[in-house]
Design a binder for this molecule. Sequence first.
Ligand code: NAD
Length: 361
Amino acid sequence: MRTAVYSTHKFERDFLIRANDNKHDLLFLETRLTRSSTPLAQGCDAACVFAGDDANGEVLEQLHALGVRFLALRSAGFNHVDISRAQELGIAVARVPAYSPYAVAEHTVALMLALNRKLIRAHNRVMELNFSLDGLVGFDMNGKTVGIVGTGKIGEVVAKILHGFGCRLLAFDQAANQQLVDKYDVRFVDMRELCAESDIITLHVPLSESTRYIIDANAIAQMKPGVMLINTSRGGLVHTKAVIDALKSRRIGSFGMDVYEEEEGLFFEDHSDDILQDDTIARLMTFKNVLITSHQAFLTQTAITNIADTTVFNLDCFEQEVRSGNELVLPRQSQILNGSATRTLRHLCKGRKLQLTDRHY
Ligand code: NAD
């Protein structure tokens, strides 16, 4: 199946080629999917997109007019895709629901530790032969209260790691996870209590209408002065200007961000020869107690291998007209699995780590 792979990065290309094993005709494109780059999918049956691509309604209409009938997401999050428009147009959509919650959780804790122990500042000082420790005082993680907002796959691993550090854990989620209560003494509370009691707050809910700006001026006003805020989920969870005000007044003591609400067209790309146009991120970059990474929390070999394998599996399943279990929008002509289709799926799973499980039915 000819597939336009938008936003192909150097770090993932070889993984995709290996997973594909010459099955599909992959057209690697460095450019992002936007209104102006849709013509590049001419002659393709599928488009494969990354978290920074913009599959809005208009873009999907253009892809549909070109004959694209399948959108394979190389991400778990799908807030960059107009799902209802895809449904109306009859473009099937599948994602990679989980590739390594450990990758994202471990990066989350890396941001916490780096901010707390001021590692970037310390390293820069040492490089200048300044071996003074003044201004580098951190705190023991042991005994601190951490509020985890969203205890799904990633939030759960964060809880496990921080339990090992001896942190007291609070959580907010629409559905309490009893396992976390039993194993790690997590206490499920409402957002108000989580904000009021936490020394560190870390965000792991998806971006949706109900979670957009879950951290706004109001939520910040309820937080402990000097709180550490970490966002490795989606930029839109945080009202960035409210966070800047709180950093200026020191109500927020430090901020670690791997995602940014205006990251489209900025993150994942080399802009080192450009003039930075975004005044908000420019202001964030001036704080010594803000640590920014460019949406790299997922970036481990395990995660990239899993993303590539599942993406090719999703392409296989669409081509063979069988359910992958990863669909957000089913193909119009979706085949109900019968004996022969089940055999096809078993064949597709063969030789991969992917297992044929109940979710495929
Ligand atoms: P998940 O679906 O396993 O967990 C999400 C949790 O959020 C669930 O427990 C759900 O009940 C809860 N939730 C959803 N809406 C809620 C609401 N309105 N109020 C309270 N709780 C709500 O997802 P996951 O795999 O843990 O991933 C979480 C997020 O991490 C993704 O949506 C994505 O945005 C982000 N992510 C970031 C990166 C990165 O590289 N930075 C990589 C992967 C995922």
